[in-house]
Design a protein around this ligand. Structure first.
Ligand code: GTP
Length: 301
């Protein structure tokens, strides 16, 4: 998709946060303490995070105090946010030297794991990749059914177990299937769990170790799905999941339903985890590889 197309989709999906920034209302005003307080409030309300907000406000004060807010100031704030979001590691998913590339997906209940897997699978199929899905959420019966429907639409194979089956056994069978088929990608869905449920975090570690034993070097990505509407609470989840299973990246969902798009900056700054994709709607297309520049530009549209 051309950059313009990505920018348009970001703008559509992040309209609520952009409304909060309401950049047009800044222009022509004097950059005094009242202006800085208001800008600080908007950044905090957008969930940019306290530390990042303080850095931006200090920089704006130093460069523009007592001047008139103009396009130069808007450009300055954009550059500050882009710098905070700059990600040295590529936003693409790691591809294994020997197929399949295995992506383990985790997150709390209702964060958008299954939907994001469907979106990711469709994206990979559009790139003519062969994909196997592992329905390791054997706790919520509807989850495997939901994933099977998505798999059918995208043309992926799916491996599922009986309701209540040991998720690690489903992961084992899925690895065997992907190897037997010579599939390029294996995506492992897991049941939603709270980061506070220790026994369920142990279960997740067992799924990961089964995958590691079946396919050397796997999982090649451990993607944590975070609900963007949860704002700062997402940070705590990211800390616990990363400690438990070593997350390698984040899929941030539901940014279309919130004005807390700034949580992208907070996640990036506190967790140093790459933001891999953004979910910006319930549709299969509402899924964008994270692009720092397009993201920031869309907040100031
Ligand atoms: N608006 C919006 N809704 C989303 C997005 N991603 C997921 N959803 C919705 O969020 C709800 C939960 O999504 P699921 O994919 O079922 O979440 P899950 O993490 O698999 O849930 P569990 O299996 O219960 O853990 C569904 O109604 C999805 O349509 C998004 O980016 N935007």
């Amino acid at each position: 998709m051309a950059i313009k197309g990505i920018l348009e989709r970001f703008k559509k999906g992040l309209a609520k946060t952009a409304q909060l920034f309401n950049v047009r209302s800044w222009l022509g005003r004097k950059v005094d303490q009242a202006f800085l307080d208001e800008l600080e409030g908007r950044l905090i309300q957008a969930d940019v995070g306290v530390a990042a907000t303080a850095r931006i406000i200090d920089s704006v004060r130093e460069a523009f105090a007592e001047k008139t807010a103009d396009e130069e100031l808007v450009g300055f704030v954009k550059d500050q946010l882009k710098e905070l979001l700059r990600d040295p590691s590529p936003d693409a998913l790691l591809v294994a030297s020997k197929k399949p590339s295995v992506y383990l997906i985790a997150g709390v209940n209702g964060s958008g794991k299954t939907t994001s897997i469907a979106k990711l699978a469709q994206r990979l199929r559009d790139q003519d990749k062969s994909v196997v899905l592992a329905a390791c959420d054997t706790f919520r019966a509807a989850a495997a059914d939901q994933l099977s429907i998505w798999a059918g639409r995208a043309g992926c194979e799916i491996v599922r177990g009986a309701p209540g089956a040991d998720p690690a056994s489903v992961a084992h069978d899925a690895c065997q299937r992907a190897l037997a088929r010579g599939s390029e990608i294996l995506i492992v869905d897991t049941a939603g769990r709270l980061h506070t449920q220790t026994h369920l975090m142990r279960e997740l570690e067992k799924i990961k170790s089964v995958v590691q034993r079946q396919i050397p070097g796997a999982p090649h990505e451990v993607l944590l799905v975070l609900d963007g509407t949860n704002g700062q609470n997402a940070i705590r989840q990211a800390e616990v999941f990363t400690k438990s299973i070593g997350c390698t990246g984040v899929i941030l969902t539901k940014l279309d339903g919130t004005a807390k798009g700034g949580v992208v900056v907070a996640v990036r700054q506190t967790m140093k985890l790459p933001i891999k994709f953004l979910g910006v709607g319930e549709g299969i297309e509402d899924f964008q590889p994270f692009d720092a520049d397009a993201f920031v530009e869309s907040l100031f549209s």
